[in-house]
Each structure stands twice: as structure tokens, then as C-alpha cells.
Design a protein around this ligand. Structure first.
Ligand code: HEM
Length: 475
């Protein structure tokens, strides 16, 4: 408790127009929601309780650190866009994942290095340039469907496949063919295993905080092994490419493009260590997020035959039986709306954080310097002021008219502002093309009596136990 009487403390805080700033309401252990312990037990229940009790902004402490959750589109625009430069990534969440992601774009808090890297990499991720990778997306999906046709892959009860595992391998094949022009069928599973291990160890950090990686605890040893396995996966491809010294021509893959990228300001490229970190960040950024989204999308389609039917009608009408191409994307609008609605309900990168570099004001509240600001799109995407009946799966929410009628920052599956996902166009193309390619020939069916799948809040929002469905040819 503060030793300064509240009214005196409030008088000290004056805004420019000299009206006093409000303190952000605080979740306290005794208020029925609980404190840090409750967060550790079930973070979604804890945060949901905080929002119910205090509204769209509240404060709590986690592992002794000051945290503020913001859950209103205006607050989110403020933190990510309007005052984006004042909120950096030196926040606890990124400190937790930095041993894995290191100096790559995702968790980089060194703004100068980040700006240079983003300048060099952004031209390879525009809506037009990702078109070069569309064939990888559809070819690999067709190959997956052919394997299903041959009955490959371990089948569970009712002839089901572990769709999350299947799609995980597909997402890795797509990103690695785009990055390295390589077939990663053999090594994909080792990467998946290593990533899964790191995701669950890091995801449990707030429940079971552990010492820095240098301290040889059993958990750190497992994490270190997982990082080594992911590093070996990436460096194998980079070493081979350096031996081949491929020129950056028309058909260049992303690795070649990144190897040949130079910064417009100093004319220099990135060193090999930085390249390694960026490639690993792309693999991680592209793998789990798309895997989870597609797994949930097939689960939702299996539960909503009326939506599936409309998807089939669109695919049949637009494609007339052929495999989709990049140029078909504008016509596959319903498939894209399904992807967007899935990203609303089960936003895989559901939490991100910033640190307030200096004291700030949000909607008349004082945001102290050094606060960790938490944005959680699981809740934002269910905010009752912006989403009717938020648990209902309804792709119609994403018609152009309804999107235009909503505040832009009520929906941030890819973040916003200068740190917005660099892979957003790659991801949206991939989600739409994979959905259309599968829907062209197959349905994924949920056998009667199989249990519901629930989200598991790790570093990403993962379908707990994976999605298990039975593929059936459409006749
Ligand atoms: C459904 C798919 C995806 C989702 C939901 C997603 C989500 C996100 C989000 C929310 C952020 C911003 C985090 C923040 O502001 O703190 C982000 C950043 C990033 N994502 Fe994605 N992502 C997806 C796919 C991809 C793909 C396909 C790639 C690469 C090809 C990728 C690479 C990255 C990178 C490198 C960053 C860091 C950008 C920066 O700070 O400059 N992501 N992603």
C-alpha cells in the first residue's frame, strides 16, 4: 500500500490541462479474483476476471513486476501505433522468449538494429512478393492430400488423423521450401518436437519461473537441447547455401534474398549470426501460428456444416476443379473470411507485451514508466462492445462492410503499428490457399462422440491435445 495519502498522490499527477490523472485500478489478492497465484493457476480465468471487475484497463503484479492489461481498441492503438515508439519490446514476455529468438525481429528490443533489419527484410514480404511462394503452398497441400489418400499417417479412433501434426508438417514444408527451396520431410518432425518442447517450457514460465539458461537445471538442459536442435535445423541449410553461393535471380528463395539484402542506409548486409537468428524467427513465426490457425479452422468447419457447404460452393465455382493459384485469392473471399474469423476466435499469437519507456497517460490514467503492458487478443476479440455473440463462429463478420463499421484495433491477430507481423501477407495467402486446396477435394469430419478441443494458453494459443479429424474425399 502507498504511504502517500491517495488525494495527495493524485494532486501531484497533473496532465497538461492540469486535471489529475486517475490511477489504473488494481487487482488485489483479496478481491475475489486473486493475484499472481491466480494468474499462475489459470491465466485466462484470471485476466477474464480482471476485465469483468475493472473494465478495459487494470493493473496487477506478476513475479513482482508491474503489469497493466489493456483491452480497448483505443488503448491498443495508443500503445502500438500513436505512441508506438514510447512502448518497446523490453517487456518480460519477450525476455522469456529471447533465449530462443535472440536478435531476430520478433523479440528484438534494440530499436536501431530492429529498424535496420526490418528495412532489409520488408521488401520480401509484401502482398505482391509473397505471390512467388503460392505454388509452394498449394503443391505441398496437394502432396499432403495424396498421402492421406494412400492411407499414410497414424490413424486414431474412427479413422482420425492428428490434423495439428499433419498441418504442422505442412506449414514447415511450406516455409522451408519458400526459405531454402528444400524438402524438409525428414527433418520437419525433429524441428516440431524441439519447438513443442521449447513452447511448453517457456509457456509455463509464469507458473514455474526458472533461472537464466546458463544455470544447469534439468528444465534448462531440456530447453538448451531444444534450442540446439532448432539451430542445427537452420544452420544446416545456411551452410549448404553458402557452399553453393546461389545468385539472387528471378527464382531466388528467401534465404538467397536475405543473403543478398543490403541496407539502403549503409550499403551493408547482415552478418551470418544475424541471418541465422532471422531465419529461425521466420521458421518459428510461420510454423506454430499457421499450424494452430488451420487446425482450428478445420475443427470449426467440421462443427459448422453450413459454413463448410458455402466454402465448397465458392471453391467449386471459382476453381472449377483445378488447384488454386495466387491470382485466385481475391475471388476466394469466403475462404479468406473463414481464416479471419478463425484468427478472431483462436488468435494463435494471443498475447503480446510492451514496456512503457516513460510515464504516459492512457484515457486519463497514469501509466508509470517501466510498466509491462499486456495486450491479449483472446479477450479483445471477444469484447462485447465490438463482437455480438463472440463465441459464435460466423465468417460473415468479415464482409468489407462489417469490417469498415468496426474500429480497426478491435481485431489485431497480427499486431499493429511498426512491429506488425512481417509475415501477415504470407500467412493470409497460405491460410486461404490451404483451405481452398483441401476443400476442393476433401472434408475433415469429426466422428460422433469425440471430445471438444479446448485452447491451451502456452506462449501461443494451442489446441490442447491437438485436433483429430477424419479426412474424407468429397464426392
Ligand atoms: C496466422 C499466422 C500468423 C500470426 C497470427 C502471426 C502473429 C504475429 C503477431 C501478433 C506479431 C506481432 C507481435 C508483437 O507486436 O509483439 C507477429 C510478428 C512477427 N511475425 Fe507473425 N504471425 C503469423 C505468421 C507469420 C509468418 C508466416 C511469418 C514469416 C513468414 C511471421 C513472422 C513474424 C516476424 C518475423 C515477426 C516480428 C516482426 C517485427 O517485430 O518486425 N509470422 N506475428
Amino acid at each position: 500500500m502507498s504511504l502517500i495519502p491517495r488525494d495527495r498522490a493524485a494532486r501531484r499527477l497533473r496532465t497538461r490541462n492540469s486535471s489529475p490523472l486517475k490511477e489504473i485500478p488494481t487487482v488485489k489478492a483479496r478481491d475475489g479474483i486473486g493475484g499472481t497465484l491466480a494468474f499462475k493457476r489459470d491465466q485466462l480465468a484470471f485476466l477474464g476476471g480482471g476485465l469483468e471487475r475493472h473494465g478495459d484497463i487494470f493493473r496487477f503484479r506478476l513475479l513482482g513486476l508491474p503489469m497493466v492489461m489493456v483491452n480497448h481498441p483505443d488503448y491498443i492503438r495508443h500503445v502500438l501505433v500513436d505512441r508506438g515508439e514510447q512502448y518497446d519490446k523490453d517487456a518480460v514476455l519477450f525476455k522469456v522468449v529471447r533465449p530462443v529468438l535472440r536478435k531476430g525481429l520478433i523479440a528484438n528490443a534494440d530499436m536501431e538494429l530492429w529498424r535496420r533489419q526490418r528495412r532489409m527484410m520488408a521488401p520480401h514480404f509484401t502482398p505482391r512478393t509473397v505471390g512467388a511462394f503460392a505454388r509452394n503452398m498449394t503443391d505441398e497441400t496437394v502432396r499432403m492430400l495424396e498421402r492421406w489418400e494412400r492411407g499414410e499417417g497414424a490413424r486414431g479412433a474412427g479413422g482420425t488423423l492428428d490434423v495439428t501434426d499433419e498441418i504442422g508438417q505442412l506449414a514447415l514444408r511450406i516455409v522451408n521450401r519458400s526459405l531454402f527451396s528444400a524438402d524438409v520431410s525428414e527433418s520437419a518432425q525433429a524441428f516440431e518436437r524441439a519447438f513443442g518442447e521449447a513452447n511448453s517450457i517457456l509457456g509455463a514460465f509464469f507458473r514455474f519461473p526458472f533461472p537464466p539458461l546458463g544455470v544447469p537445471t534439468p528444465r534448462n538442459e531440456r530447453l538448451r537441447r531444444a534450442i540446439n536442435d532448432m539451430d542445427a535445423f537452420v544452420s544446416g541449410f545456411i551452410t549448404q547455401r553458402l557452399r553453393e553461393d546461389t545468385p539472387a535471380g528471378e527464382e531466388a528463395d528467401l534465404l538467397t534474398l536475405l543473403l543478398h539484402s543490403v541496407d539502403e542506409e549503409d550499403g551493408k548486409g547482415m552478418d551470418l549470426e544475424q541471418l541465422h537468428h532471422e531465419v529461425l524467427n521466420i521458421c518459428i513465426g510461420a510454423y506454430e501460428t499457421t499450424t494452430n490457425t488451420l487446425s482450428w479452422a478445420f475443427y470449426l468447419l467440421a462443427n459448422h456444416p453450413e459454413v463448410e457447404e458455402r466454402l465448397h460452393a465458392e471453391v467449386d465455382q471459382v476453381l472449377g476443379g483445378r488447384v488454386p493459384e495466387f491470382e485466385d485469392l481475391p475471388k476466394l473471399s469466403y475462404a479468406r473470411m473463414i481464416a479471419e474469423e478463425t484468427l478472431r476466435i483462436y488468435s494463435p499469437a494471443y498475447q503480446f507485451m510492451r514496456r512503457a519507456r516513460e510515464e504516459d497517460e492512457i484515457d486519463g490514467h497514469r501509466m508509470p514508466a517501466g510498466t509491462n503492458v499486456l495486450i491479449n487478443s483472446y479477450f479483445l476479440h471477444r469484447h462485447p462492445d465490438f463482437w455480438d455473440d463472440p463465441e459464435r463462429f460466423d465468417p460473415e463478420r468479415f464482409t468489407p462492410e462489417r469490417v469498415a463499421a468496426r474500429p480497426k484495433h478491435a481485431y489485431v491477430p497480427f499486431g499493429s503499428g511498426h512491429r506488425i507481423c512481417i509475415g501477415k501477407h504470407f500467412a493470409l495467402a497460405e491460410l486461404t490457399l490451404v483451405l481452398a486446396t483441401v476443400a476442393r477435394t476433401h472434408r475433415l469430419v469429426r466422428p460422433a462422440g469425440t471430445p471438444d478441443v479446448h485452447p491451451e494458453a502456452l506462449i501461443t494459443l494451442h489446441p490442447q491435445g491437438g485436433v483429430h479429424l477424419r479426412p474424407e474425399p468429397r464426392s
